[in-house]
Design a protein around this ligand. Structure first.
Ligand code: HEM
Length: 361
């Protein structure tokens, strides 16, 4: 599939803000599920914020933002901290741990399950379904049966929360009202699925990439232990330097236009590289150097424009809490293998380590 790759910072920001680029086109072309899902199933699973354009996107985002607010995320800090401490308790007596498998992967799914109100007994099944579906994206082997079972499960969960609401996000999404408007069943199931998918590998990757960068520069880790107030700035630099989402969802041009001196024709696909933009030396001096003292907020690891990450406050919070807790608990935390023996996942849409073996004491 031929695509244009946008690599400059200014060009990436311009493209992400350009209304001539459509995010819905990949879905309409059946690109995500290899064309294997029935239309009914595709709408129930995939017709969400990230695959829609205005005016659908504007309406959906307004409704979802009412249910999922930054204030709510602030209130989550104590229980994200508790979940993180409980996971650490589970391996603290070992001499070595694979941080990806035992900490970075389970934490975000626990947080999302609790946030959404997924019953505890169902969490491991939900995790299995979402992992299979995510790894099947774009492939002719897309797991149709798992996707169908997951949709049925989510529909059942919505029905159950309708009759027996709780304080968690699925009930809030069901309650969300905007004048006479509300989320339909398809919008509810696809939004819940998007939250699970969008909040999982991304946060896992932030935690793994951040710890990896600190383990390569132990002085930095020591400084953060002494001055935890520097952690938020360090998290921004982790996000810039090893951006979890290497490219934004593909966009399709709806009309011809020029970008970076190149003519794009209607129908062309664009892969906008957040990773390359975040290391553009016209924007960031010595871009490959880890420097948390850079002015904050200019990286585009959470995207830019109307699709800017809705979960950015939560991703940041999880990154800070998780990495802070690890540094505090293990004063001698270090890599168990030389850094150049670590391998990066070949998954095209996520930038993460396969394993991160660490010595704990
Ligand atoms: C460090 C963690 C995270 C990173 C790096 C990240 C990154 C991103 C990026 C780059 C986009 C825009 C994609 C595009 O324009 O094609 C995005 C969108 C989105 N993210 Fe995140 N994300 C993170 C965590 C989360 C979490 C925890 C949630 C859920 C609570 C979440 C929910 C979403 C949603 C719903 C969208 C779609 C917004 C829209 O299309 O309007 N993300 N994220």
């Amino acid at each position: 599939m031929p695509v244009w790759v946008v690599v400059g910072y200014d060009e990436a920001v311009a493209a992400l803000g350009d209304s001539r680029l459509s995010a819905a086109a990949t879905l309409e072309a059946g690109g995500l599920d290899g064309g294997r899902l029935s239309l009914d199933m595709r709408d129930a699973l995939l017709k969400s914020l990230t695959n829609s354009d205005p005016p659908d996107h504007t309406r959906l985002r307004r409704l979802v933002s009412r249910a999922f607010t930054a204030r709510q995320v602030d209130a989550m800090r104590p229980w994200v901290s508790r979940l993180s401490d409980e996971l650490i308790d589970g391996f603290a007596q070992q001499s070595q741990v694979d941080l990806m498998a035992e900490f970075a992967a389970p934490l975000p799914i626990l947080v999302m399950s609790e946030l959404l109100g997924v019953p505890e007994a169902d969490r491991s099944q939900v995790r299995t379904w979402s992992r299979k579906i995510i790894s099947g994206f774009g492939s002719p082997d897309f797991p149709v049966q798992d996707a169908t079972d997951f949709v049925e499960y989510l529909r059942g969960l919505v029905v159950q929360k309708r009759s027996d609401p709780d304080e968690a996000l699925i009930s809030a999404l069901i309650r969300t009202r905007d004048e006479n408007d509300a989320l339909s069943m398809d919008e509810l199931t696809s939004t819940i699925f998007l939250m699970i998918v969008a909040g999982h590998d991304t946060t896992l990757s932030l935690i793994g990439n951040g710890v990896y960068l600190l383990m390569k520069e132990p002085d930095r880790a020591a400084r953060l232990r002494k001055e935890p107030s520097l952690l938020p700035a360090a998290v921004e630099e982790f996000l810039r330097l090893e951006s979890p989402v290497p490219v934004a969802s593909f966009r399709a041009a709806t009309s011809p236009f020029d970008i970076g001196g190149t003519r794009i024709s209607a129908g062309d696909l664009l892969a906008i590289s957040l990773q390359a933009a975040n290391r553009d030396d016209s924007q960031f001096a010595e871009p490959s150097r880890f420097d948390p003292a850079r002015p904050n907020g200019r990286h585009i690891a959470f995207g830019h424009g109307i699709h800017y990450c809705l979960g950015a406050p939560l991703g940041r919070l999880e990154g800070e809490v998780a990495i802070g807790a690890l540094l505090k608990r293990f004063p001698n935390l270090r890599l168990a293998v030389p850094a150049d023996e670590l391998s990066w996942s070949q998954a095209p849409f996520i930038h993460r380590l396969d394993r991160l073996p660490l010595l704990l004491s």
